[in-house]
Design a protein around this ligand. Structure first.
Ligand SMILES: CC[C@H](O)CC(=O)C(=O)O
Ligand code: MN
Length: 341
């Protein structure tokens, strides 16, 4: 085994986990988590609102703390790790990207729906000009057949992305589907391939390992599963499993366990687990970040949140269409009240 990393893990709890705690991170929390991740040897730590730069809004959920303050706090303690930011074109703009870069963010992950890579070139180019490492992040990858995914990934490559990710936003992909997607990308592209899983069907670890088997070298994880829905591939577990497999991540297994137990667990009001809502996200193929919104809409209209999520899955709703959650809930409540007459 050499000292070089075989697999580069990006820790996403301080961005994807923002969904799970309704965007309530404080500077103190981010600083403590980022420092302990940095000290454990995690190479990339993503920090932003759950919906990426500029996501704080009534539609997506208001942040307790300005994300630029959070990024600055993370940068101030990361002397080894690079701080990454996520940007969904249209929610975030080049202006916020420049601000984040000025504060010291070194990686930009430009996220689009899996069929919409075309909206990314401007932001990828801007990130490159700012000297940032760039990632094309193809969300809701379960919604595209392999040839479509390859077409879109090639676009990301042509725009200058250093890496392209298969993003299982809904936690809906099965291992064989991950296998064929990553295999096809590996055969067709000359850049790094990454995988971002959600654990709604309890497959995030299996899917991450399959992705690695097929040649992915960039894998996302969230410590203590602090991510949307049931969370992501659990970073401390992934680190231990890869170590057992002789795959070098550069992360200290004991220190990573300590981050989970001592720094992140106390932040969670309830442990991240596969609840019936997160299970339905994976089962119906719905965005993991929709879970909290659906729960609130269900309470407001006195209906079962699973009915909302199943209907959203049928309608193939994509990220950015959060307003549909309340529409669907109102429709279901209306139908139910008609039935009771
Ligand atoms: C809404 C952005 C989303 O949370 C990005 C992501 O992590 C995913 O699609 O899984
Ligand atoms: Mn995610």
């Amino acid at each position: 085994m050499t000292n070089a990393r075989d697999i580069f893990i990006t820790e996403v709890a301080l961005r994807d986990g923002s969904h799970a705690i309704a965007h309530q991170f404080t500077v103190d929390q981010v600083q403590k988590v980022a420092k302990s991740l940095n000290d454990a040897g995690v190479p990339y730590i993503e920090v932003a609102h759950g919906d990426g730069l500029s996501g704080s809004s009534l539609q997506y959920g208001l942040s307790r703390t300005n994300e630029m303050e959070l990024i600055e706090a993370a940068v101030s303690v990361a002397d080894r790790a690079k701080i990454a930011v996520l940007l969904i074109p249209g929610i975030g703009t080049v202006k916020e990207l420049k601000e984040a870069a000025k504060l010291g963010a070194k990686m930009a992950r430009i996220a689009t729906h899996v069929t919409e890579a075309d909206v990314a070139p401007q932001h990828i180019a801007a990130a490159k000009e700012l000297g940032m490492e760039t990632v094309g992040f193809l969300m809701m990858s379960h919604m595209a057949p392999v040839d479509k995914l390859v077409e879109q990934a090639k676009k990301m490559e042509s725009y200058g992305a250093d890496t392209v990710y298969v993003v299982d936003s809904a936690g809906a992909l099965l291992p064989d589907q991950v296998r064929e997607k990553i295999r096809a990308l590996k055969q067709s592209l000359g850049i790094h391939i990454g995988f971002h899983g959600h654990n709604n069907l309890s497959l995030a670890m299996a899917n991450s390992l399959v992705a690695i088997e097929e040649g992915a070298t960039r894998i996302d994880g969230s410590v203590r599963c602090l991510g949307a829905g049931a969370g992501n591939t659990q970073t401390e577990v992934l680190t231990a499993v890869l170590d057992r497999m002789g795959i070098h991540t550069g992360i200290d297994v004991y220190k990573m366990m300590d981050v989970a137990e001592e720094t992140v667990a106390p932040i969670l009001q309830t442990p991240q687990e596969i609840t019936r809502d997160s299970l339905v996200l994976g089962y119906a193929g719905v965005y993991s970040s929709f879970a909290l919104h659906a729960k609130r809409a269900a309470a407001r209209f006195g209906i079962d949140s699973r009915d909302i999520l199943i209907e959203l899955g049928k309608r193939k709703v994509v990220g950015g269409q959060e307003d549909m959650i309340v529409d669907v809930a109102a429709e279901i409540a209306n139908v139910k009240s008609q039935e009771m007459l």
